[in-house]
Design a protein around this ligand. Structure first.
Ligand SMILES: Cc1ncc(C[n+]2csc(CCOP(=O)(O)OP(=O)(O)O)c2C)c(N)n1
Ligand SMILES: [Mg+2]
Length: 500
């Protein structure tokens, strides 16, 4: 039985016009689509399909807004805040279920997800680096903001050189961070140095901002004898105990419950630092993400969940990854304070992280930041993104909505940076990276026996067998790899081949 309503939308004629305009527009859109799909190549076809999906969603939202469908197509008195005598009576008899704090209603209504308004994108600068509201700019000195820019560009240079190294076969693998520099530097700058970082694999800028030297980035990627991980991890799996940056694991989302556990430990020890946990929007689909969010909320842990929503999980675009309002939209349902920010606006990221950090520490509560950005590079050197997205799509983000370009415009508008500074700095940054790269390439490799250390005090039989098998194979190739000499330590004494 339909309920009576006071909203004009329920006038039948209005309903008819709205439905008619909705469908006629769709027919029009699909006619264009058919023509476009007949005449263009595969890349263009995919781009057309994607823009059509977006168009449909925008159109739907536009019509629903203009027709006042925001609540529900058949609004119940409950939704429309229409206070009837009956409702007062119903409310007086409140539910006693332990699992929800809600009121009774006699309205059979399923919540339509696309009728709930989406979380806006918080920003401080527009795409051209113009400040939108001057009172919202973080109070940072010229030196600090220039440092942001220099770190972002140095990071970008390191990425270019390591990516090329992989292409030339010098290292086995690499993942660039192009286009996401603003999320790294903005968030890293808002943290305290003793806040603990759990990353995914695309947050090297956070480590760079904390002062991890270029030589150690290179040592890790080259798996040489200087690598803190002793050459045991694949490239980009950095870690630094001194800089409170937990070593990366490849297995998606494992860092999320681990980070929550660490935050819970901080709380129990009554320490005032917090944990920040980075992950991609793709990793947010893992079960570990749910476990982490729920534990953090129920145990009230001082943690910032920082999601880099860069549009893709390898080749899967976001519109195939989820149906709700992104990742920030999930936060409130876990009871987590959440925000969506423009990740290409380094000041917005800084402000949001600073506020979340301050409140997480003071209130012992989790916070969720969804930073909207775009992965300009391929997923990794094992990926070719031209098979699933168009050049035009990438070019837009590279040329028109890029965090480095945006910050440069901001600096230039204040007279804090110019063409001369740019040239000199770019040259210096390239020199620093190239020198570190050459040093790393010339270094010896760590002893392979280190593969079996640092986990078991006494090696189990299965690993002892693997170690023997490794050395059996090694004999034939040992002369081709320059190894660091074995140190005379406990491990060396156990080593069956101390002369290697
Ligand atoms: C448990 C698990 N499943 C699958 C993979 C393979 N994998 C590596 S990266 C990736 C996509 C992750 O996307 P996202 O979290 O959005 O991060 P992005 O690469 O976009 O930064 C996948 C599926 C993995 N490493 N671990
Ligand atoms: Mg992603």
């Amino acid at each position: 039985m339909r309920r009576k309503t006071t909203q004009p939308f329920h006038n039948r004629r209005n309903l008819f016009t709205s439905v008619r305009s909705y469908f006629s527009l769709h027919i029009y859109i699909y006619l264009i689509a058919v023509r476009a799909l007949q005449s263009t190549g595969r890349e263009e076809q995919m781009a057309t399909i994607r823009s059509l999906r977006k168009l449909s969603a925008i159109r739907y939202r536009f019509i629903s807004q203009s027709k006042g469908w925001r609540g529900s197509p058949v609004p119940c008195p409950h939704r429309a805040f229409h206070i009837s005598q009956q409702r007062i009576k119903l409310a007086a008899e409140s539910p006693k279920f332990p699992g929800a704090s809600a009121e009774f209603t006699d309205c059979l209504e399923f919540i339509e997800p696309n009728m709930i308004s989406t979380i806006p994108v918080y920003r401080v600068m527009d795409r051209d680096g113009q400040i939108i509201n001057t009172s919202k700019v973080p109070q940072l000195s010229q030196e600090t903001v220039v440092n942001f820019y220099q770190k972002m560009t140095l990071f970008n240079t390191m990425d270019k050189i390591l990516y090329e190294s992989q292409r030339q076969g010098r290292i086995s693998f690499y993942a660039t961070n192009f286009g996401e520099e603003g999320t790294h530097i903005g968030s890293a700058a808002a943290l305290d140095a003793n806040d603990l970082v759990f990353g995914q694999y695309r947050e090297a800028g956070v480590l760079l901002y904390r002062g991890f030297p270029l030589d150690l980035f290179m040592a890790q990627c080259y798996a040489n004898a200087d690598d803190l991980g002793k050459g045991r991890q694949m490239p980009v799996h950095y870690g630094s105990k001194d800089l409170n940056f937990v070593t990366i694991s490849s297995t998606l989302a494992t860092q999320i419950p681990q980070a929550v556990g660490a935050a819970y430990a901080l709380k129990r020890k009554n320490l005032d630092n917090v944990v920040i946990c980075y992950f991609g929007e793709g990793a947010a689909s893992e079960g570990d993400a749910h476990a982490g969010f729920n534990f953090a909320a129920t145990l009230e842990c001082p943690i910032i969940f920082f999601c880099r929503n860069n549009g893709y999980a390898i080749s899967t675009p976001t519109d195939e990854q989820y149906r709700g309002d992104g990742i920030a939209g999930r936060g409130p349902s876990y009871g987590i304070r959440s925000i969506r920010v423009d990740g290409n606006d380094v000041f917005a990221v800084y402000n949001a992280t600073k506020e979340a950090r301050c409140r997480a520490a003071a209130e012992n509560q989790p916070f969720l930041i969804e930073a909207m950005t775009y992965r300009v590079g391929h997923h990794s050197t094992s990926d070719d993104s031209s098979t699933y997205r168009s050049k035009d799509e990438v070019s837009y983000w590279e040329k028109q909505d890029h965090p480095i370009r945006r910050l440069r415009s901001y600096l230039e508008a204040r007279g804090w940076w110019g063409e001369e500074e740019e040239k000199a700095w770019r040259k210096k940054a390239r020199c620093q990276v190239m020198e570190a790269f050459e040093r790393a390439e010339g270094r010896l490799k760590p002893q392979p026996d280190l593969l079996f250390t640092d986990v078991y005090q006494e090696l189990p039989l299965s690993l002892r067998k693997q170690r023997e098998a490794m050395w059996d194979t090694w004999d034939s190739t040992r002369s081709t790899i320059p190894l660091m000499p074995m140190k005379s330590n406990a491990l060396c004494q156990q080593c069956p081949f101390p002369d290697v």
